[in-house]
Design a binder for this molecule. Structure first.
Ligand code: PMP
Length: 298
């Protein structure tokens, strides 16, 4: 992720990653009480580097902080500027960007007067689209929405994601697919889920999932492509009758699923609605209008 010459943004300054220090007494470290984002930048068809949906991601970071009562005093504009500065300083084009809001020293459960921010970035190539996943319906459920704010990207929520993902991989699968507390299909550890059945897409509705920015983009692309999408609960029995399926998320982009537990999905990926969405998504992320702060690369 970084080397001796990597720079990060830390509370207003660009500093070397290896020299940055966070407080060992932070609530974020001990209780997972912090929030983060996962963003991508792409080398566009204009030759520039452009962050994909920066306003949406920094809006969500602020909402995540507010949901957890974490002080948040940054504007989107200053953080988008800071993100472009990190990309330029590290010579990054196709990258993954990780802003993190963490607390100062405080071992109590009381709120903080202030928060800290870091923005890290590392190279990540766009997904080629040819790999298909084998997923395992996890024994780990998504968290109870009455115990957490599902729409907040809170650090501690991801213990659940890590447990499910590691368990699926230990059983020989590529990734987990988690159910909600009612037993319906919810989402992946860090991606939303869609299935295809009889020429229509079905995706779990809001409530027990983090309704991702990529999911919203996919819904827009489906409207443009005249693909019908229903947002409603998916029972695991129905899932196993799917023609095809895919995950979508900032890191995963749109990635096809070939197998769910012992069931191989019958439709060849290239013929699926997911493949159409995947092609449209790949085009969209590199066709962004030139941002005033975009780095121009010769
Ligand atoms: N669900 C979960 C649990 C996630 O962590 C993510 C990644 N942020 C997503 C869905 C997809 O969200 P997005 O498209 O905004 O990256």
């Amino acid at each position: 992720y970084y080397n001796d010459n990597t720079f990060i943004y830390h509370n207003g300054n660009l500093v070397k990653a290896k020299d940055a220090r966070i407080d060992l007494y932070s609530q974020t470290m001990h209780y997972g009480y912090g929030v983060f984002e996962g963003i991508r930048s792409y080398k566009t068809i204009h030759g520039t580097t452009a962050i994909f949906k920066p306003e949406e991601h920094y809006d969500r970071l602020r909402k995540s902080a507010q949901a957890l009562n974490l002080p948040y005093n940054w504007s989107n504009e200053e953080l988008i500027d800071a993100t472009y500065a990190v990309l330029r300083r590290n010579d990054l084009q196709d990258a993954y960007i990780r802003p993190l809001i963490y607390g100062p020293a405080n071992m109590s459960f009381n709120p903080n007067e202030e928060s800290n921010i870091t923005i890290q970035a590392w190279a990540m190539q766009p997904f080629l689209g040819d790999k298909l996943l084998r997923v395992h319906i996890s024994e780990f459920q998504r968290p109870n929405p009455k115990a957490f704010h599902m729409q907040a990207k809170a650090c501690g929520h991801y213990v659940n994601s890590i447990l499910a993902s590691q368990d699926a991989k230990a059983k020989g699968y590529d990734e987990a697919l988690l159910k909600d507390l009612n037993g319906n299909i919810a989402e992946g550890p860090g991606a939303n889920f869609f299935m295809e059945k009889n020429g229509q897409l079905i995706t779990p509705a809001a409530g027990h999932i983090l309704t991702g920015i990529t999911r919203a983009t996919v819904l827009q692309l489906c409207a443009a492509l005249n693909i019908d999408v229903e947002e409603r609960p998916i029972h695991p029995d129905e899932l196993l009758t799917a023609d095809s399926a895919f995950f979508c998320g900032t890191a995963a982009e749109v990635i096809g699923i070939q197998q769910i537990d012992n069931t191989t999905l019958p439709m060849p990926w290239a013929e699926s609605l997911g493949a159409q969405v995947q092609q449209a998504y790949k085009k969209l992320v590199v066709a962004q209008p030139i941002h005033t702060k975009a780095t121009v690369v010769a």
